[in-house]
Design a protein around this ligand. Sequence first.
Ligand code: URA
Length: 433
Amino acid sequence: MTEQHDVVDIIRTKRDRGELTDGQIDWVIDAYTRGVVADEQMSALAMAILLNGMTRPEIARWTAAMIASGERMDFAALSRPTSDKHSTGGVGDKITLPLAPLVAVFDVAVPQLSGRGLGHTGGTLDKLESVPGWRADLTNAEMLAQLEDVGAVICAAGAGLAPADKKLYALRDVTGTVEAIPLIASSIMSKKIAEGTGSLVLDVKVGSGAFMKSREDATELARTMVDLGTDAGVDTVALITDMSVPLGLTAGNALEVRESVEVLSGGGPADVVDLTVALADEMTRAAGKDVGTDELRAALADGRAMDVWRRMISAQGGDPDAELPTARETETITADADGHLAELDAMSVGVAAWRLGAGRARKEDPVQAGAGVELHARPGDRVTAGQPLMTLHTDTPERFERARQALEGGWRITREAPPSSPIVLDRITAEER
Ligand code: URA
């Protein structure tokens, strides 16, 4: 077959800060998916994009080409509107677990296609796989049936959805090109648009434990994704949220499921509850339901969200009453002074949880269900010398030392209480452009 374009011309255009044409973008994504463009050529192009950026029309076309590389799902047959949430990832981010059942209480279907974790951020599927019997892989027909019956599904994205992104994301991961904003935005949005959700709420994290370390970068990523979603007919809004400290009191798979169940029982840490309610408020509004935050909090407190959680777990083979796995070994880290916990660095806690066995370095690695970090204090709390600050959990005690090293310098105790900071920092909508 004669190819329409020369990949070296395309790489040179981006290297020299030029703008790619629609035809070049369509061809390069398709040819890469077919294996005609080699990994080393796509790596060079990804690096040129990271260094020189893309215009808004280029990003939109790149996203459309990745969507066109696979199937598109369609939820039009459902009897209720759909709304989905995507988080750019952080430490202790278990929000999907209480959020999906909570939103489904209000007759909004939540099709949550999730992934496994890589590096210091955990994956939603890894967390749920700590529930005995629960399975992540559903057919499209099973997913639709569960959305109609239960209203919420959290499952693995099928291989047919944006296959170009699967290949490109794996390549970016090993070529230092994950951090390019046009590539992150098009990667996330191609999957969300192909999934066919009616509305989408983006949780764009900023801080040490997030991809985006600065407010400026997080805002640029949020705006780019809101524009892509809006242009594709998906009602899209983004919240910029704080990821300088871990979310809640746990980082690790079964530990986070346990904390999510506490939230679904009307308890749980305030930051996890507040963010769950803020995102549920956006999702229900985007789906045309006038619920409000008081009613959302009531549905967590009175067991309605818990009922949906139990049905959602059972529908995927899980036992909501089963004991969750615990790690074989624990070690405690204690406060070395009296005062207030002033800082607790999200990245340090995320790396420690990862080193304890909660995360993986390569995508084929197994994870330990019980491993992770359990916090006993959060920034702002009063602490006394000798009081436990955190407990490390693992099945393999030789991991403790490297986890402790990750935490060195990751927390600070001061005499004065630190100022408190909100979890939701900004809201980005299409109208603001
Ligand atoms: N998550 C994705 O799906 N893609 C990226 O590029 C980064 C995070």
